[in-house]
Design a binder for this molecule. Sequence first.
Ligand code: ADP
Length: 382
Amino acid sequence: MLRVGLTGGIGSGKSTIARLLEERGAVVVDADKLAREVLEPGSDGLKEVVKAFGADVLNDDGTLNRAALAAKAFASEEARQTLNGITHPRIGALTGQRMAEAPEDAIVVHDIPLLVERDLAAAYHLVIVVYADAETRLRRLVGSRGMDENDARQRIAAQATDEQRRAVADVWLDNSGEVPDVTGLWDRLVGFEKNVRTQSYASGAPIVVPYDERWPAQARRVARRISVAAGGRHVEHIGSTAVPGLAAKDVLDFQLGVEDVETADALRDALGQAGFPYLGQYEDTARGEGDWSKRLHAGADPGRRVNLHVRVEGGAGWRWAIDFRDWLRHDAQALEEYADLKLQLSQRFAADSTAFAYGAAKDPWMETAVKRVQAYKGGQAS
Ligand code: ADP
């Protein structure tokens, strides 16, 4: 099962995109709908609300009078928390239930307006943000939904900002004009779901591309997801994509720090289910004494290739990855040499898909780099 979070400001077109994905075969779980369900007549949620806020939050027919409840619940922070204390756990349980009921190979799209406000991005395999500028959203809410203009403005102002949404968006759908075509997105979700289910990783040609300014933001999102899947452990963006200005394969490298190899093995399934299937146990080329072993995982998302190196935090392999990265970040000469070397080798080994020969050919220069990295570190320490 693939868990996709779908969010965006009110009136951006979330429901419109959710419907398009549903037509393709997604199972949509609508957070607003579940929020209404937990307060339906006869529900214990509604009973709790009446107990807390009084019978005058009900209409004559026993249904909830939303305006009356809103007036009471938004009167104070305490009242708001009381209401959330009743609804949130129930909505959470119902969401979990709906997801559990979905078929094993489902692509579940959770349409959730407050994904950003509630800091839930890392719980999904992928987050889609639907965007439309505030004026367009206002026009839609007032025009097609008949909402009062002041009410619409207030709601927009109370929600997360576009910037906050952009920070969590693995996919940014601009719905300011025409409704975007979701064909490419759907293909990506289908491939991603299959890879998670079969625990396969997304592969691709080892093509070196110029440095991409979007890599740091993408890396922050993926790192957060890995860390959350691993119980909040330390994740670092490493490798060539972590060095600004350096050309690299479009594969983000991360290392996850663990206390010991037993922990690495214990985290294997959780990482796999979070979208980072296990590949195997490897020894890195030793560049000094110490522990150079790692567990390797790789990303299942065909739209964002990732290598995940699970290493004992503070061990030789862990430290080398960080020191080498930091040296390249700070030494312009080294960066240029390394970029030239990579370019030469990628041309020489263009036909070699294994990348092993490429790695071996890099070694003589890497050997000389060891001393220079040490010198750089010595300079940092003094
Ligand atoms: P949300 O679920 O994000 O609040 P909706 O999908 O309900 O937003 O869209 C809000 C309103 O705008 C609806 O009436 C919808 O039909 C309309 N709408 C959505 N996308 C577009 C678009 N690209 N162009 C014009 N109208 C749109």
